[in-house]
Ligand binder design. Structure first.
Ligand SMILES: Nc1ncnc2c1ncn2[C@@H]1O[C@H](COP(=O)(O)OP(=O)(O)OP(=O)(O)O)[C@@H](O)[C@H]1O
Ligand SMILES: O=C(O)[C@H](O)[C@@H](O)[C@H](O)[C@H](O)CO
Length: 178
């Protein structure tokens, strides 16, 4: 989809577990008429088993998973589709790994949240493999996006509609996306 004269957006909604990547990403994809790529369901079974058993993923565990997501984004973009992916993308190296697969610039929406709220949200979610005990490790790994990374940081406690509105504004304003 082409929005005005801007290029078709390719966006990653990132942040720690519980920050709202899935709900915000899905709503943003709907607003953009974009393909939604859910990172959670692209983990290999061994990653899911590791998290479910209370062990955080290592850099090595995440490599193949990031490549799968990067390729999904690139595939949609190559077909001319707008695409929104939900992926924790906690470290700079992970974001660079996602970028490596792209011909087009990749924008990031970073959902900023405090540990207590994240833990409460994850604990309150009953149908998910991620235990609340792993939230602390997510913050330990988190490297906030730096200036120049093409990221918009938003307060994850805002209502979903506001988060989507601010994301759309950022994408449509054609901020430098790399
Ligand atoms: N802005 C928000 N306001 C209120 N509740 C929210 C908001 N964003 C997300 N939530 C709720 O918090 C919980 C976690 O959201 P969600 O599953 O989207 O997070 P996530 O970042 O995708 O987590 P994970 O990476 O663990 O899958 C859900 O119950 C969701 O409904
Ligand atoms: O990088 C990671 O540690 C994982 O990808 C997690 O973030 C999960 O995908 C997700 O958040 C589970 O709820």
């Amino acid at each position: 989809m082409q929005i005005g004269k801007k290029p078709t957006p390719a966006v990653v909604v990132m942040g720690v577990a519980g920050s709202g990547k899935s709900v915000v990403g899905r709503a943003l994809a709907k607003a953009l008429d974009a393909r939604f790529v859910e990172g959670d369901i692209l983990h290999p079974p061994e990653n899911v088993a590791r998290m479910a058993s209370g062990l955080p993923l290592t850099d090595a565990d995440r490599e193949g998973w990031l490549d799968t997501i990067g390729k999904e984004i690139a595939h949609a973009a190559a077909g001319g589709e707008a695409v929104v992916a939900a992926c924790s993308a906690l470290k700079r190296a992970y974001r660079d790994r996602l970028r490596r697969h792209q011909v087009m610039p990749l924008a990031f929406i970073y959902l900023r949240i405090d540990p207590t709220t994240a833990r409460l949200r994850v604990a309150g979610r009953k149908d998910h493999f991620m235990p609340a005990s792993l939230v602390e490790s997510q913050f330990a790994d988190l490297e906030r996006p730096a200036d120049g990374e093409g990221a918009l940081a938003l307060d994850a406690s805002l209502p979903i509609a506001e988060l989507v509105g601010a994301s759309l504004q950022f994408l449509l304003a054609g901020e430098p996306l790399r």
